[in-house]
Design a protein around this ligand. Structure first.
Ligand code: EPZ
Length: 429
């Protein structure tokens, strides 16, 4: 079991380039199954979730060719069966997007229940089922497999989402792309990766309006064709490096970003006393202050502060003067990192869906366990700014969603190694 070893206390300095967005990639890859044409996808992040998804597509009969430089060509002509039940399906949450994609291609889908980060409470799929059922799918769950069937083809529908679910928005959009008639998704998720999928589907011939707003209209087409697209850069990887620069009191230029997507993160970091300014149209420079200010943070659907940055914000506030509250209005038990930060001397406790944090002078290194992707990233940030050495187990969670995190951190001056892998080349920055 590999682990990261971090010798903390070194401010990060230099520049780093952000990779393609995980949550866009894992929505765009299944979308390529909807057509028997060839899709070319660029700026694909080199992360475990992408590798797993490519394996899932190959088992379905698709050809996935590495075209080099982060580009892949996906040819789904060979996909003849709408059954996706391999063990890989449990390795990530986004495997359930194949329900919408296979329904759009075949009018039927047999898809194993998904896996993904476990935040304590079960992650529902009732809104996915609500939307797909409204479009005429008959859905049942048996022996861990979700079966969705239609008489012939899905039809358009009006779907109101009780919560602006990213996953449900994406699954319904995928299915609606070839339904007969128009589908309206009301209270849709507005995250950047929802918009990026809509862009890719449009390049495949889909007719989609309003992605990025809370009302999305999809006029179904008989067929989609192949398309080419470059995935947007990862708002959450960028935010994690911004938090690392701020926590260590360093100065880091973060390149290959979309500043608009970072506004919800920059605003909160500036409240903490972090200096952030845009340089050009795809870079930000982040400079951490000597000491952070305490603030309250509430994670909410985009354009609110991302829940996927909630653990990282909590680490920063452990080092801020005063008492802060971090509330997650999306996942009410996404606090696996609390016990781990307490091992480092943090004064932190959960109160319902809120974490109360009292700033301490410093964190100290400790042996830690990552319990999910973003909690793992938060523990890395804590190790970077702690006094002494921190060892983090469970790094497989981190490597699901961060491309070459260690190489990128080393290029910024961090003293980080992995226990059982040779030091990777310093990341191209
Ligand atoms: C996506 O998960 C992301 N995953 C998550 O990122 C992210 O935390 C989350 O959106 C919120 O932004 C991917 O994109 C692969 P939701 P998803 O459906 O789609 C409730 C990461 O770290 N809900 O928007 O599962 C649900 O319980 C990962 O990159 C229902 O009630 O999130 C939650 O409280 C972790 N019924 C809220 O909605 C449903 O049918 C938001 O969930 C679906 C969701």
């Amino acid at each position: 079991m590999s682990k990261y070893i971090i010798r903390g206390g070194k401010p990060l300095h230099g520049s780093v380039s952000i990779s393609g967005a995980k949550n866009a990639a894992v929505a765009i890859i299944p979308a390529a199954v909807i057509t028997d044409g060839i899709c070319r996808v660029e700026n694909v992040p080199d992360i475990a979730d992408v590798a797993v998804y490519f394996n899932i597509l190959r088992r379905l009969g698709a050809e996935v060719r590495d075209a080099g430089g982060g580009a892949f060509e996906i040819n789904s002509a060979g996909v003849a069966s709408p059954v996706a039940t391999s063990g890989d399906m449990q390795k990530l949450r986004a495997s359930y997007y194949l329900i919408g994609a296979l329904l759009a291609r075949f009018g039927r889908a047999d898809v194993a229940m998904p896996g993904g980060c476990n935040f304590g409470a079960p992650r529902q799929i009732d809104l996915h089922i609500k939307g797909l059922s409204a479009m005429g799918a008959s859905i049942s769950v048996k022996n861990g497999v979700i079966t969705a069937t239609t008489e012939d083809r899905l039809h358009g529908a009006y779907v109101f989402l009780d919560a602006p679910s990213v996953g449900a928005t994406i699954n319904i959009m995928l299915a609606a792309s070839t339904a007969s008639g128009t589908t309206v998704i009301e209270n849709a998720a507005r995250e950047p990766h929802v918009v990026d999928l809509a862009t890719f589907l449009s390049l495949m011939g889909a007719e989609i309006y309003g992605a990025g707003t809370n009302t999305i209209r999809i006029h179904g087409k008989d067929r989609l064709h192949g398309g080419a697209h470059s995935i947007i850069t990862d708002q959450l990887e960028a935010g994690s490096f911004m938090a690392a620069a701020a926590a260590t009191g360093g100065r880091v230029e973060i390149n290959n970003v979309i500043p608009k997507h970072l506004e919800c993160i920059s605003g909160k970091l500036c409240e903490m006393g972090v200096s952030i300014h845009e340089t050009g149209d795809s870079s930000v420079v982040v400079e951490g202050p000597g000491r952070l200010r305490c603030v309250d943070v509430t994670a909410a659907p985009y354009p609110g502060f991302p829940t996927d940055m909630q653990p990282q914000a909590a680490v920063l506030l452990c080092l801020a003067d005063g008492t802060s509250a971090v509330t997650d209005n999306i996942f009410d038990t996404r606090f696996k990192y609390i016990d781990e930060l307490a091992k480092m001397g943090a004064s932190i406790k959960a109160a319902g869906r809120t974490v109360i944090i009292k700033g301490v002078p410093a964190l100290t290194g400790a042996p830690l366990k990552a319990g999910d992707l973003r909690a793992g990233a938060a523990l890395v940030i804590a190790g970077l700014c702690a006094r002494g050495t921190t060892e983090i187990e469970g790094v497989r969670y981190i490597e699901r969603g961060y491309e070459n995190m260690l190489g990128k951190l080393r290029s910024l001056g961090a003293d980080v190694t992995s226990s059982d892998a040779p030091a990777r080349e310093t990341a191209a920055v």
